[in-house]
Write a protein that binds this ligand. Structure first.
Ligand SMILES: [Zn+2]
Length: 235
């Protein structure tokens, strides 16, 4: 699980939202050298369903920042890797207002435009859905129809694609939300539960591995190759 790939100032709060471009480059090289293929959640879901033994790592990028397009995409392309990007349907071409409106010190970071998202599609990137407005879906005031059904339609109509993978904002979900996501036609959904996904996982609550500013190469290897993250599944 990645968010933003960019160099940040020392003063930046929530450093964990960012990964330095050189660190990301090194991480993709590690995957390649170890014989893993970076793929989309859709690819990984198909592999889990078919019992494939291919060494796959689904790469996900929440929120759909412009730095995915400018920085991550060329690196993925160089390795022939795919990935899934989760744009916020109602904020395409804007910025992370769900953070900046809270005045919590998180800086504004631009989100991809429709044109840039089209560019991602053209390069084989899966476009998932990260709701309409990035509200927590467990808030009883949240309009689930808008955040799930309309958000999917908006992305599908503008990009002329099927949108099949959902990403719960803040990793917040419950049975009711999972039902709404499934009823809207999503085939899989990703959470912020920590673990490596296995074929025992429910496709509507797939776990992920956080990769952050603080993930040095040795920790990246440990997260990838050992039970380090699996042991954090329910913590
Ligand atoms: Zn998000």
């Amino acid at each position: 699980m990645y968010h933003s790939i960019k160099l940040i100032e020392k003063s930046e709060v929530m450093k964990s939202l960012h990964v330095a471009p050189n660190a990301f480059k090194r991480q993709m090289l590690i995957l390649k050298k170890l014989g893993f293929r970076g793929c989309s959640v859709m690819d990984a879901g198909n592999a889990l369903r078919s019992g494939s033994t291919e060494k796959l790592v689904a790469l996900t990028f929440d929120d759909g920042y412009v730095n995915f397009y400018n920085t991550a995409l060329p690196i993925l392309d160089a390795h022939n890797f795919s990935a899934t990007v989760f744009p916020v349907a109602g904020l395409v071409g804007k910025s992370n207002v769900w953070d900046t409106e809270k005045n919590n010190g998180i800086s504004a970071n631009p989100l991809m435009s429709w044109k840039q998202l089209h560019g991602c599609v053209d390069q084989g990137i899966e476009i998932g859905c990260h709701s309409m407005s990035h509200r927590s879906l467990i808030d009883p005031k949240t309009d689930l129809e808008s955040e799930v059904v309309n958000a999917k339609k908006k992305l599908a109509n503008n990009l002329k694609i099927n949108v099949e993978t959902f990403c719960y904002p803040y990793g917040h979900y419950n049975n009711n939300i999972m039902s709404a996501v499934s009823a809207a036609g999503f085939l899989s959904a990703v959470t912020m539960t920590r673990a490596r996904a296995t074929d025992n996982d429910d496709l509507l609550q797939l776990p992920r591995i956080p990769i952050t500013w603080h993930t040095l190469p040795h920790l990246f290897l440990v997260k990838l190759l050992t039970a380090y993250e699996d042991n954090r599944r329910n913590k």
